[in-house]
Design a protein around this ligand. Structure first.
Ligand code: PHE
Length: 346
């Protein structure tokens, strides 16, 4: 080890100049890296005798510390240079970028409104998978094996041919089944969500839409309770003077079943082009849960009874805003969506 080698290194480090972060890293590797020049001196130092160690120990340490300090200094200077050049290119007098505030989608607005109404009545919100199996969408809901709703034309099958094929749920009644499987009565849930049906897209039909379905199971629940729940909902949603009427209908999972009309809130029942002169608008399907459905999910149908209902969110939105082409709700045309920006609740 020679004193002059060390002095050369001291000078090299003192005069070191770097422009970029890469130059600094190269310099660090050159001097302090595993095979670096200073590291090599330390390796050699280990082989020296006692006198040699005394002679070189201190200078070597000073050299290493100087190299570390220099690298740090270069780093902070280079960052300063970068920051200074950014500052120069920025014109602080320029106006800021405007942040555009979005607004809620009309389907989300109505969904929230429906959920809020039923929350007030004591219902919890339950959610479930959109990709479902045949059992939860059909079989547990009392659909006979050859029921037309299972037909390929109505349902998007993901894996057909399987004994319990996967499919995109055609209604959120599947969530009601999953809730009944998990809970014991009293059960009071609403199930909002996206559903899928294999339909040609038109102003009146779409292959994707949204539903809110509801389920209430307890001891002694009757059709009168159902009627009252729907009437209260209609009055919250469409105005305190709304009337409802029920027409007999059929669903495999409810018996008896009904379709519900609400008095037209545009003409107050007198007849207009929205209600096609009838004074009534159809809003939902409902009924008393079929005992077979309760039993399939392990609920004692001798002890408990319940009602269920289901409505399309787009349908309610159409009645609320008279936007009568379903396709608008899915096209994300900003001109359409901006129409609802004042409807945002803050
Ligand atoms: N699941 C039915 C549908 O999608 C709606 C419904 C729910 C009807 C509950 C009766 C009871 O059309």
């Amino acid at each position: 080890m020679k004193q002059e080698d060390i002095e050369k290194l001291v000078a090299a480090i003192r005069d070191l100049q770097c422009k970029t972060a890469k130059d600094i890293e190269d310099a660090r590797v050159r001097f302090l890296g595993k095979k670096g020049e200073i590291t090599a001196l330390f390796d050699e130092f280990r082989t020296l005798d006692k006198d040699g160690k005394r002679e070189f120990g201190r200078v070597l340490n000073d050299l290493k510390q100087a190299a570390i300090a220099k690298i740090e200094e270069l780093k902070s200077n280079t960052l300063d240079i970068a920051a200074a050049s950014v500052a120069q290119s920025e014109d602080l007098t320029m106006p800021g970028d405007r942040m555009e505030l979005g607004s809620r989608h009309p389907v989300s607005i109505v969904r929230q409104e429906i959920v809020d109404i039923f929350r007030k009545f004591g219902y919890d919100v339950a959610e479930g998978p959109e990709l479902e199996d045949d059992y939860h969408v059909f079989e547990a809901l009392n659909f006979p094996p050859n029921h037309p709703a299972r037909d390929m034309q109505d349902t998007f099958f993901v894996s057909a041919g399987h004994p319990n094929p996967l499919l995109l749920r055609t209604h959120t009644s599947s969530v009601q089944v999953r809730t009944m499987e998990k809970m014991t009565p009293p059960i009071r849930v609403i199930c909002p969500g996206r559903v899928f049906r294999n339909e040609a897209i038109s102003a009146r039909a779409h292959c994707i839409f949204h539903q809110v379905e509801g389920l209430y199971i307890d001891e002694g629940v009757t059709f009168a309770d159902l009627k009252q729940a729907i009437l209260l909902f209609a009055r919250e949603m469409f105005g305190a003077d709304s009337q409802i009427r029920m027409r007999p209908s059929y669903f495999p999972f409810t018996e008896p079943s009904a379709e519900v009309d609400v008095s037209c809130n545009i003409c107050k029942g007198k007849g207009c082009n929205i209600c096609k002169g009838t004074g009534w608008l159809e809003i939902l399907g409902c009924g008393m849960v079929d005992p077979n459905v309760l039993e399939a999910s392990g609920i004692d149908s001798k002890k408990y009874s319940g009602f269920a209902f289901g409505m399309g969110i787009e349908r309610i939105a159409m009645l609320k805003w008279q936007v009568n082409d379903l396709r608008h709700y899915f096209e994300n045309d900003l001109r359409f969506l901006r129409e609802f920006s004042t409807a945002v609740e803050v």
